[in-house]
Design a protein around this ligand. Sequence first.
Ligand SMILES: O=c1[nH]c(=O)c2[nH]c(=O)[nH]c2[nH]1
Length: 294
Amino acid sequence: MVVLGPNRYGKAETRIVRVTRHGDAHRVKDLNVSTALSGDMDEVHLSGDNSAVLPTDSQKNAVYALARRHGIGAIEDFALLLARHFADSQPTVHHARVAIEEYAWERNGASGHSFVRAGGEVRTCVAHYDGERAHVVSGLRDLVVLNTTNSEFWGYIKDEYTTLPETRDRMLATAVNASWRHDAPAGPSEAWPSGDWDKAYDRARQALLAAFAETYSLSLQQTLYAMGSRVLGDCPGVCEVRLSLPNKHHFVVDLTPFGLDNDGEVYLAADRPYGLIEGTVLREDAPDAGPAWE
Ligand SMILES: O=c1[nH]c(=O)c2[nH]c(=O)[nH]c2[nH]1
């Protein structure tokens, strides 16, 4: 006997560039949107009856049409708009998940129409909506940071395979992958503070950077906790932070064969393998996450 378990379906990675033109001053939003719907989908799996299915092609078209109709502000607002559209317009759709990545462009020179892709991190969000309640997780990935000192690593277990020398001064570098969960409003999801998402994003990003720079680190784990705590302290309305930090190892190169000393001046930047330090930091009274992280 087999049964159908949890399932969802949607259009992954719809790439959309939305241009807003105010005279000669243009604005660009460059997104990657993934939708996933669930609901009365037993029959399509069990008998092939498609009558409950909103095609993934229609989901993709809705992304473009709603972008044209409503414009795109903060990605969290656009994700909620789409999630509400799917769950509120189709009786067979009980839950919508919309994930968006944003690629930033900066103005290129003084013209209003030329742009250069900002090389740094990618902004992310995931919104869930079930017809009643919404959950929003914001975040970023690939924010690469490096401290040339104020990092030590010693006092760890030494087993028969340990060769790593203890260090009181090392390079510490990582590509920050962070997501932060917003408190869901108690009432209907329309209560989400619209227009505050960009400010909240800048504040969380700044908290991550400040904590990385200012923490005297005895391990990347300690730095992770400091970064998560700082976001919670600086960002009202954020109740949980999840971090995934690859330890981008930098090894001092032995230059003695060439008659040269090397007191923390020349490093080999290793590509892989890398330590991967992951953790969650949350307010003690954080409300239940529901589907927020799915
Ligand atoms: O900050 C660190 N944490 C570790 O757990 C670890 N393990 C390791 O080899 N180097 C490091 N660095």
